[in-house]
Ligand binder design. Sequence first.
Ligand code: GLY
Ligand code: MN
Ligand code: MN
Length: 437
Amino acid sequence: MISKEEFIARQHRLLSLCEPESVCVIPAGQVLSRSRDTEFPFRQNSDFWYLTGFNEPDGWLLLSNHSQFSDPYRAMVFRPNDKQAEIWQGRRLGVEAGLAEFALDEAFESGELDGVLTEWLGGHDHVYFPMHSDGPATAKILAVCRELHNAPKENLSPASLHDILPLIHEMRLFKSACEIALMKAAAKITASAHKRAMQFAHPGCYEYQLEAELHHEFAMAGARFPAYSTIVGGGDNACILHYTENQAQIKAGDLILIDAGAEYYGYASDITRTFPVSGVFSPAQKAVYNIVLKAQEAVLDRIGPGMTLSEAGDIAAEVITEGLLDLGLLTGSLSDNLNEQGYRRYFMHGIGHFLGLDVHDVGNYRLDGEERPLQPGMVITIEPGIYISADEDVADEYKGIGVRIEDNLVITATGAEVITQGVPKSVEAIEALMKKV
Ligand code: GLY
Ligand code: MN
Ligand code: MN
């Protein structure tokens, strides 16, 4: 759990990055309709969650560094306590409890929102809000600013509007000790779920049954939701990078690619493992698998602060290209294949991404026009792959082999710590785990 103090410190830090006489307005997420009167399970907006740890929809966070206050001034807007709504839909924290729970200077009810926004936005020179987001919250803030602008007599229109998300996202990119502990917990749960799926797998099982095994393990270990749509691809389906159909029956002899991660207190894990449904790799599967593993290990051996993700990708691309040339799946010279990116025929995605409250987490990959070197406190994935679709003009034994191996790493002062160690990766360790006794 993240402490109340850490959330408040994040709010203070955010305000310190703003101009003097600023107000920050950060809306919570909203419930989304699934069909008719049913709804998707609520998932809080990651930025609002990062700043508050409050898991109800339709709230607002307001922060001010106006010179009339000696300290940062903090307020939130809450849904009202409403007996009928609480009987039918669920509990609401409400204004009174919210004021105390979040140690706020002021708390308001949703019904007061329009007036509160008019007063707060009108009294500051700068307004920071998610100005490029779709949705009613941004539209409402812009409408209030427009109204203030069109009432020149009161002369209360904020002088400048700013996008708040780059400030929050730069903060989110660097994880605190508490965040790293939560991400390690998510990784541990996810690792045990991948092991469970490997042990359950057998020829004739369905992809969605493996998905169910993973989600069961997530929930039993304390993570109710996956962090993203689980990918279970048997055989050729493994060559569809973000395959989520998960409907097919898996045939004896197929490889299975599972890319799945638990969400724990909002934080994502993102692990991929590839294994044979029958428990033993064919020689062709093993050859391709070991190239991907060697590529991943080459990156993990060298990655650390100062390296860019492109440089990490180049390390993997070289190992993959050498391996594919050895197998005859690529022809020509190593240097030509690297220069012309011939390997992209089989390794067509990036080497990894930032990971955090979102699986493809926020934060700029470039700074001042240059690719940004990794720094301590960033959490990333490293996930090389080789995908040989059944349509490729190659020897039959290689058709329909898709392999990705993905781990999660915390960048440290001296290198990187892999936090997803708990699930086997070598051919021998996977075959040993899958051996039915
Ligand atoms: N799970 C999506 C990805 O690995 O990027
Ligand atoms: Mn990933
Ligand atoms: Mn993944």
